[in-house]
Design a protein around this ligand. Structure first.
Ligand SMILES: [Fe+2]
Length: 406
């Protein structure tokens, strides 16, 4: 019982911190942009202000404890948004949405109900709400990245970017043949449906690049005819990087953020391949059961660029103490890493009854596994069994890569 109470107190503290991070994120946008839609296939910002707390309320109070909502219409609106009439892009108008005052009062009420329910709710419903919020903190950062800089105000503590203009030399690290563990055991700790079951596989020997592919590396591919990545822009013959709060001359030593298709094309152009999910996992965690590439200590800023440490990447040669047992750097943080593995269930997959579509809606052969984490990935989501997935041409994610050879 004492352990469970400690867990709940810890969870409540994490939820408070995640709410604080969401306040920071929404306060970065100037108020006149809160009814805008920076990515045409996503909702307007106002939806997400209500969505995070609607999800918490629905999972914890309604699904978890069977409570009756006093705001069922707003729960439904902020759970799913306004349906597009067909397969077209959303066509709702700002005037279709509740006012900011109405939305924030709904949020306050949902939070009060959630806070009162935390001691009694099924603990998995609280984990689900917390991790859902944390994942949105990252996907919302992708969205904000697509607002012009005039829409945003850098928060207190933001450090202007000081990139280097040299490309660090990359090299190859050998990973011997051996076992790798994928997935997560059903041991009572929280995981999403796609993380189960745990299983062990044999991986043949391969070599993998020490660093992620940089903007400087990718520039040679662009000079050979590839198109510019979404995060780059060209003006008067010069290349710039579109950072979250400023545009800077292309930082050659930062990881390049690209689509899975661009990453695979680069690898083919270089005569190499993208790692499979199994190869990534083996390069990062080896066979000794470690929790993180660097060992078992909890994620800290000197081990990588994650957990909201920065709003943009940093050099691929930073945080060397986060390297894996095989000497591979930044496998976690500073940009997710694309794999060549199509997102599919592990043996033993079971959808969660309270969120059945979380993964199952994406087992369509049209999504690829991406592993690791970005500057905007919360520490809690850096566990080794955590999987993320996107379409191969979705350009907005903080998706980096490196190559392997067999
Ligand atoms: Fe959501």
């Amino acid at each position: 019982m004492a352990v469970l109470e400690a867990t709940r107190a810890q969870l409540a503290a994490e939820l408070t911190e995640a709410r604080r991070q969401s306040e920071i994120l929404f306060s970065v946008l100037r108020p006149s942009y809160l009814y805008e839609r920076p990515i045409s296939e996503r909702h307007r910002v106002i939806f997400y202000i209500g969505h995070l707390d609607a999800f918490d309320y629905i999972q914890i109070c309604r699904e978890g404890l069977g409570r009756q909502s006093s705001e069922p219409a707003l729960d439904a609106l902020f759970q799913a948004g306004i349906d597009p009439d067909s397969e077209n892009l959303p066509a709702d108008l700002p005037s279709d949405w509740p006012s900011l005052e109405r939305t924030t009062s709904y949020v306050r009420q949902a939070r009060r109900a959630v806070d009162h329910a935390l001691d009694d709710a099924p603990v998995d419903s609280v984990y689900m709400a917390l991790e859902h919020r944390l994942m949105h903190l990252e996907t919302l950062a992708y969205m904000w990245h697509n607002f012009g800089h005039e829409a945003k105000i850098a928060p207190a503590g933001y450090d202007a970017i000081l990139p280097s203009r040299t490309t660090p030399a990359n090299s190859w690290r050998k990973v011997p043949a051996g076992e790798v563990t994928l997935g997560k055991p059903r041991d009572g700790s929280f995981g999403w449906d796609n993380e189960y079951n745990e299983h062990v596989l044999d991986v043949p020997a391969f070599s993998i690049q020490k660093y992620k592919i940089t903007n400087g590396d990718y520039l040679r591919f662009v000079r050979d005819g590839a198109s510019l990545p979404h995060f780059w822009t060209e003006r008067e013959g010069r290349l710039y990087y579109r950072g979250m709060f400023e545009e800077i001359p292309l930082p050659l030593d930062w990881p390049v953020y690209v689509t899975q298709r661009e990453a695979a094309s680069y690898a083919a152009w270089a005569g190499k391949a993208l790692p499979t999910e199994q190869q990534f996992q083996r390069a990062a965690y080896g066979a000794d059961g470690r929790l993180y590439p660097w060992g078992n200590s909890a994620p800290a800023g000197d081990a990588g660029n994650f957990d909201f440490k920065r709003w943009d990447p940093e050099s691929v040669s930073e945080t060397p103490c986060g390297k894996s047992a095989y000497g591979v750097h930044q496998l976690v943080g500073n940009g997710w890493e694309w794999t060549s593995t199509v997102f599919a269930p592990f043996d033993g997959f079971q959808a969660a009854p309270s969120y059945p579509g979380y993964s199952a809606n994406f087992f369509d052969g049209q999504h690829y596994v991406i592993k690791g984490g970005s500057p905007r990935t919360a520490a809690r989501l850096l566990r080794r069994s955590f999987r993320n997935w996107f379409r191969p041409e979705y350009p907005y994610v903080y998706g980096a890569f490196r190559c392997v050879e067999s």
